[in-house]
Design a protein around this ligand. Structure first.
Ligand code: EPZ
Length: 417
């Protein structure tokens, strides 16, 4: 079991090149299953979730290999329409393979996706949409058996909630379906647009990705292509928070400022100076941080739920009281206990957390509870006085590519043991 040992209080300064986006790479890896020939995915982050997705692709009969940050996938004849339960449990986003496998093979057997630490992670919206596209779904003792005897057909689908995963699964099932699919109340996250761009590059006909209404015209087949994964906006937010919490100054390169406006607005409200070009963001913490009266997580382009824990770690030592409301997931305050152990003053009631700023946090022994909760503890440890020992960092390795190496290059004192 690995851990990070962090000596807090070091001011971070310098340049960081931002990694490719996990939440774009995963659905795009699933999408390679739909294509004949080879797909070459560049700027793929080296993460345990990416390796898990490659194992799922291989288990279906695809050739999949990763070297450096490029993944080569050839899906000429995927044969096995089943995803082993063990691989499904490894990562929730494995549900993304359902749409792709149905699209290419017309059937799929898989285990119920691993319940993530953020509360129940239902897939009712995914299954309801796929049934409208002609999929028969049988569920018994945790195994889903999905078949489309007449193949997939395009349909008009309205999502009760703009679910990111459901939007992606519907796209993956629709691109090779017979006829047109019109999806309303679709999620608008930038990762959806990235997936649609990859699919279009392979020959799919998709309009409106990134907006609430997406139209897909089914085509006969898709051919693999070479595609560069977009930058990871939540990893960018994490490095921005690290600069804020250490009173530092960072320049983030190869990132996409346009997808971070909601986060930059909050950081500026907290007394950071942020400047941006098309491909970079500069942040300088302007003295002591100020509290944010009210911060509510919303679907994109609102403030992202994935950045809630990370920004909370900075607000723990801001001047004043901040109120955070988590509207997307039921149980996304699991990092609060660890922050309180480090000296934070936080009260949680349901989906509301009230953070009273304190002068500083002190190092402690804490364990990561989930991916972004772990990133929040890492952020808090960088700003705290003294030593923080952060265990269970496998959660962090799911989404961050060599974080300790990156942080050391800009002055952090952090070691992986
Ligand atoms: C994606 O998860 C991301 N994961 C999450 O990032 C992110 O937090 C989330 O979108 C919201 O932006 C990946 O892209 C791999 P949802 P997903 O479907 O698709 C409920 C990270 O840290 N819901 O938009 O699972 C669900 O329970 C991860 O990188 C249903 O009720 O998110 C949740 O409360 C964490 N029924 C809400 O909708 C469904 O069928 C949002 O879920 C589907 C979802």
């Amino acid at each position: 079991m690995q851990k990070f040992v962090i000596q807090g209080g070091r001011r971070l300064e310098g340049d960081i090149v931002v990694q490719g986006a996990k939440n774009s790479a995963l659905p795009i890896l699933a999408a390679t299953l739909l294509c004949e020939g080879e797909s070459i995915l560049e700027n793929c982050p080296a993460l345990s979730d990416v390796y898990a997705a490659c194992r799922i692709l291989s288990s279906t009969g695809c050739q999949c290999r990763m070297q450096e940050h490029t993944v080569h996938v050839t899906a000429d004849a995927p044969a096995c329409p089943a995803i082993p339960v063990s691989l499904m449990q490894e990562m929730r986003s494995s549900i993304m393979f359902l749409g792709a496998m149905l699209g290419r093979l017309g059937s799929c057997t898989l285990g119920y996706p691993g319940g993530c630490e953020l509360g129940p992670r239902p897939i009712d919206l995914h299954l309801k949409a796929l049934r409208r596209m002609g999929v028969n779904i049988r569920e018994e003792n945790g195994i889903l058996t999905c078949t489309a005897p007449q193949g997939l057909r395009g349909a008009r689908i309205h999502l009760q909630f703009p679910s990111v995963g459901a939007t992606e699964n519907i796209l993956l099932a629709a691109v090779l379906a017979r006829g047109d699919t019109i999806l309303t109340n679709a999620a608008r996250e930038p990762e959806i647009l990235d997936l649609a761009r990859y699919l279009s590059c392979c020959g799919a006909k998709i309009d409106g990705a990134g907006s609430s209404t997406i139209r897909v015209q089914g085509v006969k087949k898709l051919r693999g292509c070479t595609y560069r994964i977009m930058p990871d906006r939540i990893v960018t937010a994490t490095w921005l928070a690290a600069a804020a919490v250490t009173g530092g100054e960072l320049r983030l390169l190869h990132t996409d400022a346009a997808s971070l406006e909601s986060i930059l607005a909050v950081l500026e409200e907290m007394n950071c100076r942020c400047s941006r070009t098309a491909e970079s963001i500069c942040i300088a913490a302007g003295g002591h941080m100020r509290a944010v009266r009210y911060l509510k997580t919303m679907p994109y382009p609102g403030f992202p739920t994935d950045a809630q824990a990370i920004l909370m770690a900075v607000l723990c030592t801001a001047n004043g009281t901040s109120v955070l409301e988590e509207t997307i997931f039921e149980n996304r305050f699991r990092h609060v206990d660890a922050l309180v152990r480090m000296g934070a003053d936080i009260q949680v009631a349901g989906r509301i957390a009230v953070v009273h700023g304190v002068r500083h946090l002190h190092g402690a022994q804490v364990s990561a509870t989930d991916l972004r909760g772990g990133a929040a503890m890492l952020t808090a440890g960088l700003g705290a006085e003294g030593e923080t020992i952060l265990t269970d960092i496998s959660h962090i390795d799911r989404g961050y590519d060599s974080p300790e190496q990156i942080l050391r290059t800009v002055g952090a004192e952090i070691e992986r043991i």
